[in-house]
Design a protein around this ligand. Structure first.
Ligand code: GLN
Length: 203
């Protein structure tokens, strides 16, 4: 059973832990370097990316986390977690740090203040079955993807039609939306499978 951490500085940590446990992983909250060192993969939850960025510095986790990402640790970021994993962030505070775990440029709060939160049914590449209900809460979108980045989902219709909202590069997965709140475990299952594959390859 892989052990997957959820960065537990701020945001919807419990929902991710529950979704991971329901997907066959052991989930632990990560607040210290020793905890970060003990996990096979890490989820960065939704919340507020500039606050999480500040807390990563305060808790002295920023450089250790960058190091583990460089070393290939699988990571999954939802919403604020996507923002933190990005290589570049638009419309954020000048002092906000990002981790550079995936070669994308994201725009924070991209869907606009008018439409703080909404839901859409999406097709998600590589995930079978019914379309996925995606819940967006002050969500970012992806404005640029690097050459190694796979686009997994886009907004199907409306003013944001075609906007990229799920991506993967190597062992790093990111979604603009929050699968941890819907009871649909397929994204967490995908991430648990990614973590298992890396663990087997390294054993
Ligand atoms: N708007 C938040 C941010 O900029 C993200 C919102 C979320 O994670 N639900 O960090």
């Amino acid at each position: 059973t892989p052990t997957i951490g959820v960065l537990a500085l701020q945001g919807d940590v419990r929902e991710h832990l529950a979704a991971l446990e329901a997907s066959g992983a052991r989930g632990i909250g990560v607040r210290r370097v020793s905890e970060l060192e003990s996990v096979d993969g890490l989820v960065i939850p939704g919340g507020e990316s500039t606050t999480m960025s500040r807390l990563l510095t305060v808790f002295e986790l920023l450089e250790p986390l960058r190091a583990r990402l460089r070393d290939g640790m699988p990571a999954y970021g939802s919403c604020a977690g996507m923002i933190l994993l990005a290589g570049e962030v638009l419309d954020t505070r000048p002092d906000a740090q990002c981790l550079g775990g995936i070669d994308i440029t994201v725009r924070r709060n991209a869907f606009g203040r008018q439409v703080d939160s909404f839901e859409e049914d999406l097709d998600f590449a590589g995930i079978e079955g019914a379309p996925m209900r995606a819940v967006f809460i002050r969500a970012p979108w992806v404005e640029r993807v690097g050459p190694g980045v796979e686009v997994l989902a886009t907004v199907p219709e409306g003013p944001a039609e075609g906007r990229v909202v799920a991506v993967r590069e190597g062992n790093v997965l990111a979604t603009s939306f929050h699968p941890e709140v819907t009871g649909d475990r397929r994204v967490h299952q995908l991430f648990v499978d990614m973590v298992r594959e890396v663990a087997v390859a390294r054993a």
